[in-house]
Design a protein around this ligand. Structure first.
Ligand code: IMP
Ligand code: MG
Length: 177
């Protein structure tokens, strides 16, 4: 099955059931590893909203969730500069902050958000991403929770978009090249 968004065709890549199972496993790892911590979740808009909503419903402890909005991608490639559109509104002092990202590519978005969060002097910061492109990840920090490691291909669906479209797809699709 293929989908077309604007001028591009995408092929089915990771099915909805596989994604749901993996998200459940990530939540289980957090249930085990973060219990007893004073946790605040920070989702990164727009792409992470689907992942965040599925993940949080599998957690068995109470914690607030809030969102920041950053933007770096235009079409198929990162513009290289990250713009902050909605900043951190929560007081994160002394908290275990868990950043929730849809995909970590170059790592620029993650380093921008870590910089914003560090101002609040949290106790510690953990990073969770549904997808990681290890071949292009250029960051210095370790990603604590990774759903799937994928090659350097452009993907859409499950929150991820191509120029604004494709976020509603239940499965993940990869650009046909
Ligand atoms: P980074 O700052 O280069 O790590 O890029 C991270 C952001 O770029 C993610 O939050 C996504 O919004 C976007 N992004 C990176 N790779 C893809 C992709 O394959 N499809 C859709 N968006 C992507
Ligand atoms: Mg994003």
């Amino acid at each position: 099955m293929a989908v077309t968004l604007f001028d591009k065709t995408f092929a089915l890549y990771i099915g909805a059931e596989t994604i749901q199972e993996r998200v459940k496993e990530m939540a289980a790892a957090m249930n085990a590893g973060l219990r007893g911590e004073d946790v605040v979740f920070i989702g990164i808009l727009n792409g992470a909203f689907v992942f965040v909503s599925d993940l949080l419903r599998h957690l068995d402890f109470n914690a607030p969730v809030s969102f920041v909005k950053l933007s770096s991608y235009k079409g198929l490639a990162s513009s290289g500069k990250v713009i902050s559109l909605i900043g951190v509104g929560e007081n994160l002092k002394g908290k275990t902050v868990v950043v929730l990202e849809d995909i970590v590519d170059s790592g620029k978005t993650i380093s921008a958000i870590l910089e914003q969060i560090s101002v609040f002097k949290p106790f510690q910061v953990r990073i969770a991403t549904l997808l990681l492109k290890p071949d292009v990840y250029n960051g210095t920090v370790e990603i604590d929770y990774v759903g799937f490691r994928i090659p350097n291909r452009f993907v859409v669906g499950y929150g991820l978009d191509y120029d604004g479209l494709g976020r509603n797809l239940k499965d993940l699709y990869v650009l046909d090249e």
